[in-house]
Design a protein around this ligand. Structure first.
Ligand SMILES: O=C(O)C[C@@H](Cc1ccccc1)[C@H](O)SCc1ccccc1
Ligand SMILES: [Zn+2]
Length: 156
């Protein structure tokens, strides 16, 4: 089932998400399934659990070529649990972003060009990945959602 997408103004979007502690919890797998279908229905390239009302450290990165990033790689949606940003390049790139929680807003956001991330799969196995460009941008956008930071919003 697709879940309601929380919009800016919903306090959940400014809170910090908790780490997942039991990987065998059926609720976790139901959440992941719902996030995958919500992502598909919203035509998104990424989604974080707080956007569907769950303060858990779960995010999905699903890059695909699109009008703004025509040479973005086509990816199978990657579900990342308890992601950790191990390294982020000092080299930054400005790029357009939108947010499913902030309708009708597009903004130029500076992001690190390259990131190294450690995360767990839904099966609980620890992985590492290095991304550049659009996948790196999506990850940083979703990772911000896990620490209560919404793009274009700067907290006073
Ligand atoms: O709100 C979200 O997290 C989904 C965002 C993800 C995003 C990350 C980086 C750059 C742009 C967006 C999008 O709104 S999903 C819609 C979308 C699809 C393709 C290109 C840009 C935006
Ligand atoms: Zn967003």
């Amino acid at each position: 089932m697709t879940l309601r997408l929380r919009q800016i103004g919903d306090p959940i979007l400014t809170q910090v998400a908790e780490p997942v502690s039991h990987f065998r919890d059926p609720d976790l797998h139901r959440l992941i399934e719902s996030m995958l279908s919500t992502l598909k229905d919203s035509n998104g390239v990424g989604l974080a659990a707080p956007q569907v009302g769950s303060l858990l450290q779960v995010l999905i990165v699903a890059s695909r070529p699109n009008p703004r990033y025509p040479d973005a790689p086509q990816m199978q949606p990657l579900v990342m649990i308890n992601p950790q940003l191990l390294a982020a390049s000092s080299e930054q790139v400005l790029g357009w972003e939108g947010c499913l929680s902030v309708p009708d807003r597009r903004g130029l956001v500076a992001r690190s060009r390259e990131v190294e991330v450690e995360y767990y799969t839904p099966q609980g196995s620890r992985q590492r990945v290095v991304w550049q460009d659009f996948p790196a941008r999506i990850f940083q956008h979703e990772y911000d959602h896990l620490i209560g930071r919404v793009f274009l919003q700067r907290h006073p």
